[in-house]
Design a binder for this molecule. Structure first.
Ligand code: HEM
Length: 141
């Protein structure tokens, strides 16, 4: 269950949070670029600044209820060469970034949302189990 968050009424508070979200996203991609598991995948992103802008809009929508993000996040991941271990690392680095950049309440909300989405993405991408019982894109042979 994602924690409920009271609406932020003051423009100054919202502006501060937008800056913190931008900081969180930049920290996350800086960590990703240094990470042996995730860096090769992030390196394929065409136009990193534009991509970070899209992801910032996603978190602005999640944390502030703006309508700047209108995409389909799952679809963007279907053809990526990702496996369950990438999600574990992704969530670790995202959680670090959120805890460093966001106020505590919004960090908790963002991490809960990210954790839920990593579960949903994995259920969609790996609907089968392989011969060793691990999540898999294809049925066991
Ligand atoms: C294994 C973990 C993940 C990896 C390696 C990964 C990597 C990527 C990459 C490479 C893209 C760009 C795809 C493209 O433009 O073609 C992307 C897009 C995106 N990702 Fe992830 N991602 C992961 C998990 C997640 C999770 C858990 C979330 C949500 C909390 C998320 C949110 C997004 C969003 C919002 C976009 C932009 C989609 C759009 O263009 O509308 N990602 N991701």
């Amino acid at each position: 269950m994602e924690p409920a968050i009271p609406p932020i009424e003051s423009d100054a508070e919202r502006d501060k949070l937008e800056i913190a979200i931008d900081d969180c996203v930049r920290r996350f991609y800086a960590k990703g670029a240094e990470d042996p598991l995730l860096a090769p995948i992030f390196a394929t992103i065409d136009g990193l600044d534009q991509h970070m802008g899209i992801v910032t809009n996603f978190w602005s929508r999640t944390l502030l209820g703006t309508e700047r993000y209108q995409g389909q996040p799952f679809a963007a991941h279907i053809n990526l060469p990702i496996e369950p271990q990438h999600f574990t690392r992704w969530l670790e680095l995202f959680s670090e970034s959120a805890n460093e950049a966001l106020p505590k309440m919004q960090a908790e909300q963002a991490i809960a949302k990210a954790a839920h989405m990593t579960q949903c993405f994995q259920s969609g991408l790996f609907p089968f189990v392989d011969a060793d019982g691990k999540p898999s894109r294809a049925p066991a042979q």
